[in-house]
Design a protein around this ligand. Sequence first.
Ligand SMILES: Nc1ncnc2c1ncn2[C@@H]1O[C@H](COP(=O)(O)OP(=O)(O)OP(=O)(O)O)[C@@H](O)[C@H]1O
Ligand SMILES: [Mg+2]
Length: 157
Amino acid sequence: MFTINSESSKKTEKIAEKISLLLSPGDVICLIGELGAGKTCFSKGLIRALGVKNKYVVSPTFTIINEYQGKYPIYHFDLYRLKNENELEALGFEEYFYGKGITLIEWADKMKKLLPKDRLEIYFSYVNENTRRIILKPKGKLWVSRDMESFSENIGS
Ligand SMILES: Nc1ncnc2c1ncn2[C@@H]1O[C@H](COP(=O)(O)OP(=O)(O)OP(=O)(O)O)[C@@H](O)[C@H]1O
Ligand SMILES: [Mg+2]
């Protein structure tokens, strides 16, 4: 588990950029935190870092999922308006999660039981107007095997 303080939305995007360097096809990233905690800010930073132009990246709050093509396919979920898990089944979520793209899930805590074993959980919390606490929790063998230790040493800088 690693904790980083982000003092600006720019820094949150920078952190996302650094995390993008660790990713390979099939990775699932779960973004968890209250309204305005920085999940979309992080997602935008990550999606841009994977080569998608700024202007195309929008929050999928009303659509549940947006797809992008960058260095890899990117599936950006926002489950805030999800009513129940049947809606996810209808979307065919497993095709995304176990496919060849990078999956980002805002409000991933809404589908806790359906998440894959291997995932990077990222918790966001509000500290003050411009500061957010970001906690990285790698879950499952895949993430534990990645060198998060040396990674975390320079992520906040
Ligand atoms: N250090 C920071 N990191 C990220 N966002 C920050 C930071 N400081 C201030 N902000 C601001 O906080 C807001 C974060 O909004 P964002 O849409 O990313 O939150 P969210 O977690 O996706 O919320 P929601 O659940 O409503 O979608 C933005 O307006 C952003 O400018
Ligand atoms: Mg959001």
